[in-house]
Ligand binder design. Structure first.
Ligand code: 5AD
Ligand code: FES
Length: 346
């Protein structure tokens, strides 16, 4: 296996069969070798810096019904909330004072937030904090909507592709959702000029090593600026309530593969990773990640944005989250930097 890992390190890609073999047959020793090369590669571009993004979860209303997600429309137990523009601006004010220079506005696909409202929010943030990047993560839209947000000042957009396999996608989503539309969205976003992030869950129900290999090939082809991955974690009020969660081990391995496949990519150690293991985010950084995303949402709504069970950080103020992550990164020899943290290459 070491040979394949060396090949990935020098060529930054493998064939589908080679990815499948690595994903399905690696040992713990192979994984450690992968992480050592992933860290080496990441250092070439980003040194020991870890970027922070202030996450604002501004609505948990969603018109979609993804089988895995705790805020799916059919979940009658979810307590719904949305933040108004003023609440969002207060989050930014607090975040800016703490040093954040990227705000990520994440929400369900909530029709209340029309293009006009989103553009109004984006342009107010950009005019009050011109030194900050605004990232949107609000789902699938049409080209003209993406265009309008970009013209209003949005810099980046996160839209996880969830799985590169249309067949697998069909088992995670109701039939009214379309895999090809989701992929089209990512290409639209790129062509408009956004810094784009795709991503997927590791260990989602029915996922095979072949699916993960196809995710790697898709990521290589799209060549996004960011890739967000985390373990699937079951949520008790969803159709997948009894499905097994993804593992720490497999998520770390995929982080390492992504780092070697896209050397310059911005790769978060996600909250979901921190949820399945107390040191998940630290381990994520040591497997090749270089971004963390502390939560800036008001504590009053934190416990309502529950995509999955046992989510961490739901009782902590923004400052506590930031300090906590700063200490955690320091404990493994990394520096949290508050710069905008644009992609090193693209
Ligand atoms: N477990 C882990 N991640 C989840 N997401 C949604 N539901 C879950 C879950 N149960 C992820 C999806 C989505 C992102 C915002 O959160 O990949 O794109
Ligand atoms: Fe939120 Fe540790 S990062 S409490």
């Amino acid at each position: 296996m070491k040979k394949l890992i060396d090949k990935l390190y020098s060529e930054t890609k493998l064939s589908r069969d080679e990815y499948i073999e690595l994903i399905s047959r690696h040992t713990q020793e192979d994984a450690e070798y992968l992480f050592s090369l992933a860290v080496k590669r990441r250092r070439e571009y980003y040194g020991n810096d870890v970027y922070v993004r202030g996450l604002i979860e501004f609505t948990n209303y969603c018109k979609n019904d993804c089988f895995y997600c705790g805020i799916r429309r059919s979940n009658k137990c979810a307590q719904r909330y949305r933040l108004g523009q003023d609440d969002i601006m207060s989050c930014c004010e607090e975040g800016h004072a703490l040093g954040f220079r990227t705000f990520v506005l994440q929400g369900g696909e909530d029709p209340y937030f029309t293009d006009e409202r989103i553009c109004g929010i984006v342009s107010q943030i950009k005019s009050e904090y011109p030194d900050c990047a605004v990232t949107l993560s609000i789902g699938e839209k049409e080209h003209e909507s993406y265009r309008a947000y970009f013209d209003a000042g949005a810099d980046r957009y996160l839209l996880r592709h969830e799985t590169a396999s249309a067949e697998h996608y069909g088992r995670l989503h109701p039939s009214e959702m379309s895999h090809s539309h989701r992929i089209k969205c990512l290409y639209d976003l790129k062509s408009i000029g956004y810094q784009v992030g795709c991503g997927f869950m590791v260990g989602s129900p029915f996922q095979t090593s072949e699916n993960l290999a196809d995710d790697m090939l898709f990521i290589k082809e799209l060549s996004p600026h960011m890739v967000g991955i985390g373990p699937f974690i079951s949520q008790h009020d969803t159709p997948f309530y009894d499905k097994k969660s993804g593992t720490l081990e497999q998520t770390l391995f995929m982080l390492g593969l992504i780092r070697l496949t896209l050397p310059y990519v911005l790769l978060p150690a996600t909250t979901a990773l921190g949820t399945i293991h107390p040191l998940g985010r630290e381990k994520g950084i040591l497997a090749g990640a270089n971004v963390v995303m502390p939560n800036l949402s008001p504590v009053s709504v934190r416990k309502k944005y529950l995509l999955y069970d046992n989510k961490i950080c739901t009782g902590d103020e923004a400052a506590e989250c930031k300090n906590c992550l700063q200490m955690r990164m320091k404990s493994i020899g990394y520096n949290v930097v508050t710069a905008r943290g644009d992609c090193a290459v693209l």
